[in-house]
Ligand binder design. Structure first.
Ligand SMILES: [Zn+2]
Length: 89
């Protein structure tokens, strides 16, 4: 799954190809408390490009749910603001 040739690349490329994580806050649908989720940036970008729904998880209630349109929009904005500049290096 991961690129096994990573350690033969120059540092800049290694950094680009290593698994950068996207972190964003999610709100538990049961108790509304906020927690931080993280996904590999590669997974998030695929989901955003293909307009698929991200599966979210709240640790407090061990609850899974599909991200709503609103949540997907927030994740997209967060991703574009924070991670696109990093990936564009
Ligand atoms: Zn909860």
């Amino acid at each position: 799954m991961f690129d096994l040739q990573d350690d033969r690349l120059p540092v800049e490329q290694h950094y680009r190809m290593s698994e950068v994580m996207v972190r964003f806050p999610v709100r538990c649908p049961v108790c509304s408390s906020e927690s931080l989720m993280q996904f590999p940036v590669r997974i998030v970008s695929i989901i955003l490009v293909e307009l698929r729904c991200l599966q979210l998880f709240a640790t407090c209630h061990r609850q899974y749910w599909g991200a709503s349109d609103n949540e997907m929009q927030q994740i997209r904005e967060y991703f574009e603001l924070v991670y696109l500049p990093i990936l564009a290096i």
